[in-house]
Design a protein around this ligand. Structure first.
Ligand SMILES: Cc1cc2nc3c(=O)[nH]c(=O)nc-3n(C[C@H](O)[C@H](O)[C@H](O)COP(=O)(O)OP(=O)(O)OC[C@H]3O[C@@H](n4cnc5c(N)ncnc54)[C@H](O)[C@@H]3O)c2cc1C
Length: 422
C-alpha cells in the first residue's frame, strides 16, 4: 500500500525539483507564510548548481537589462515579464542578502566573490529551513493518480516506497536533460505529454559538435585550446553570426565557450539541412592583406609550417588544424592560404549528445502556460526553470532565467492560494 503524507489544514505546496528554479519558488512561497514541502529525486538538492560553481559560478550578467533580454533570442518576449520582475540587479541584491558578495569580471559576467556555488547554496538552504521548508530528498515524482494526487517513489539503499501526496498547489522545476547523473533526466516530458501538454523535443544547447579528426591530429591535439579565434555561422534565415573568443579541440570534435555561443544556430542548421558550416578565423587581429604581406616574405630554409609559426605567430594547434582541413594545393598559393587562415571551414553534421550539453533547449511551450506560469491544462500546477521552452548562451543567462521563472511561479502559487481561500 502506498504511504500517504497526512493532509494539513493550512494550504500545502509541493515543489518538485530542488535546482535553482525550485528553490527560488520554495523561498517565495514559504516567505509568504505557506507550508512548503520540497521533493527531489537525488540524495541532496542543487547538484547541477554546485557543478556550475566548479569552473567559476557565473551567476548573472551586468550588461544593461534591454541588452540582457536579447540573449534569450526567440524566447525574449516570453521571458521578458519574468526578467523584468526579477532582473539581474534584483538577483545580485538577493545574493548579497544571503551574505555573499559578488564581483563583475572583465567580460561583464557576475560571479560570487569566491567564484563558488557551495557557500551560496549553504546560506540559501539555511534560509529555507528557517522558513520551515521541509526537504524530502530521494523522492522521485513519477506522475499523477487518477484523482490528481502526486505519485512519488522514495528510494533509499534497498528500500523503495511509493507515496501519494496531495497538495493545494504544485511547482514543477525538474530541469532539462543534460548531465543526467545530477538529477534532471527529462523523464517528465512523457508525464506532461500524457496530459496533452505540448512539450517540444529536448535538444542539447551550449553543446559541442563531432568532427572526424585524423588519428594523428586527435592524439596530438585533443584538449588543446584554440585561443583568440573568431567563429562564424549562418542561421537558417541566412543571418550571419560571429563571436570572438576561444574554442577547444575535443577528442570527438570541437567545443568551448565560443562554439557554445553559436551552438543553437549550428544545431538548428544540422536539423534543417543535415549539416552546418562553422567558419574559423584563425587570425582575427590581422587582415587578409597583412597576412598575405607576411606570407610573401622570403621563407629561407623554413618549412611552411615553421614559417607560419614564426611569421604569423601561429601556435602549433592552429597550424595543425589548417593542415587537417585543407588540401596541399592551398599551401602552395599564398593568397589562397591567407584567405583560408581567415575563413577555415569546418563541416559539422552531428551535435554531441544532450547529456554532455551545458543546458537544454525545448521544453514546455509558452502557450501551455498562464502569464504566472501555471499549466492551463492542470490548474494549480506551476512550472519553472530549464523545463520551459527557452534557451540562452552561457554567461549567467541560464541561471538568471531559472531564478526569475522560479520567482514568478512562486508568486503565481501565492495568488492561486489566495484566490482559493477567498
Ligand atoms: C557543467 C555546467 C556548468 C554550468 N555553468 C553555469 C553557469 O556558470 N552559469 C549559468 O547561468 N548556468 C550554468 N549552468 C546551467 C545551470 O546550472 C542550469 O541552467 C540550472 O541549474 C537549471 O536549473 P533548474 O532549477 O531549472 O534545473 P536543475 O538545476 O537541473 O534542477 C532540477 C532538479 O529537479 C530534480 N528532478 C528532476 N526530475 C525529478 C523527478 N522526476 N522527481 C524529483 N526530482 C526531480 C533534479 O534532481 C534536480 O535537482 C551550467 C550547467 C552545467 C551542466
Amino acid at each position: 500500500m502506498p504511504d500517504s503524507i497526512p493532509s494539513f489544514n493550512e494550504p500545502r505546496v509541493a515543489v518538485i525539483g530542488g535546482g535553482p528554479a525550485g528553490l527560488m519558488a520554495a523561498e517565495t512561497i514559504a516567505a509568504a507564510g505557506h507550508k512548503v514541502a520540497l521533493y527531489d529525486a537525488m540524495p541532496s538538492v542543487g547538484r547541477k548548481f554546485l557543478l556550475a560553481g566548479v569552473g567559476g559560478m557565473n551567476i548573472t550578467h551586468s550588461e544593461p537589462h534591454e541588452k540582457l533580454l536579447t540573449r534569450y533570442s526567440k524566447s525574449s518576449a516570453f521571458l521578458k515579464p519574468y526578467l523584468d520582475n526579477f532582473s539581474s540587479q534584483a538577483l545580485c541584491d538577493w545574493i548579497h542578502g544571503l551574505g555573499i558578495n559578488t564581483f563583475v569580471g572583465s567580460s561583464g559576467r557576475v560571479f560570487p566573490t569566491d567564484m563558488k556555488a557551495a557557500p551560496l547554496l549553504r546560506a540559501w538552504l539555511h534560509r529555507l529551513r528557517e522558513l520551515d521548508v521541509e526537504f524530502y530528498p530521494r523522492h522521485r515524482w513519477v506522475g499523477w493518480t487518477d484523482e490528481g494526487g502526486l505519485k512519488l517513489v522514495e528510494q533509499k539503499n534497498n528500500f523503495i516506497a511509493e507515496k501519494i501526496i496531495t497538495a493545494d498547489a504544485v511547482v514543477l522545476a525538474l530541469g532539462g536533460a543534460s548531465w543526467q547523473r545530477l538529477g534532471s533526466d527529462g523523464a517528465w516530458v512523457n508525464l506532461l505529454r500524457e496530459k496533452n501538454i505540448h512539450v517540444s523535443n529536448l535538444l542539447p544547447s551550449n553543446c559541442g559538435f563531432d568532427v572526424d579528426w585524423s588519428d594523428k591530429f586527435q592524439s596530438e591535439f585533443a584538449g588543446a585550446p584554440l585561443q583568440t579565434v573568431r567563429l562564424m555561422a549562418t542561421d537558417s534565415l541566412g543571418v550571419k553570426h560571429s563571436i570572438r573568443g576561444e574554442a577547444t579541440i575535443a577528442k570527438t570534435g570541437i567545443e568551448g565557450t565560443s562554439v557554445y555561443a553559436l551552438s543553437a544556430k549550428l544545431r538548428d542548421s544540422i536539423l534543417a539541412k543535415g549539416f552546418a558550416e562553422l567558419i574559423v578565423d584563425l587570425l582575427p587581429d590581422l587582415t587578409t592583406e597583412k597576412i598575405l604581406a607576411q606570407l610573401n616574405k622570403p621563407r629561407g630554409k623554413n618549412s611552411i609550417s615553421n614559417f607560419l609559426r614564426k611569421q604569423l605567430n601561429l601556435p602549433a594547434v592552429k597550424v595543425a588544424l589548417l593542415r587537417e582541413l585543407t588540401p596541399m594545393s592551398i599551401w602552395q598559393d599564398n593568397l589562397q592560404l591567407a584567405n583560408t587562415l581567415k575563413n577555415l571551414s569546418l563541416k559539422l553534421k552531428v551535435f554531441r549528445p544532450i547529456d554532455e550539453a551545458i543546458s537544454t533547449a525545448g521544453g514546455i511551450k509558452a502557450n501551455e502556460l498562464t502569464p504566472l506560469l501555471m499549466l492551463k491544462n492542470i490548474p494549480g500546477v506551476y512550472c519553472a526553470g530549464e523545463m520551459l521552452d527557452w534557451e540562452a548562451p552561457t554567461g549567467g543567462y541560464l541561471l538568471t532565467a531559472c531564478f526569475a521563472t522560479g520567482r514568478v511561479a512562486g508568486q503565481g502559487v501565492i495568488n492561486y492560494l489566495q484566490r482559493n481561500t477567498v
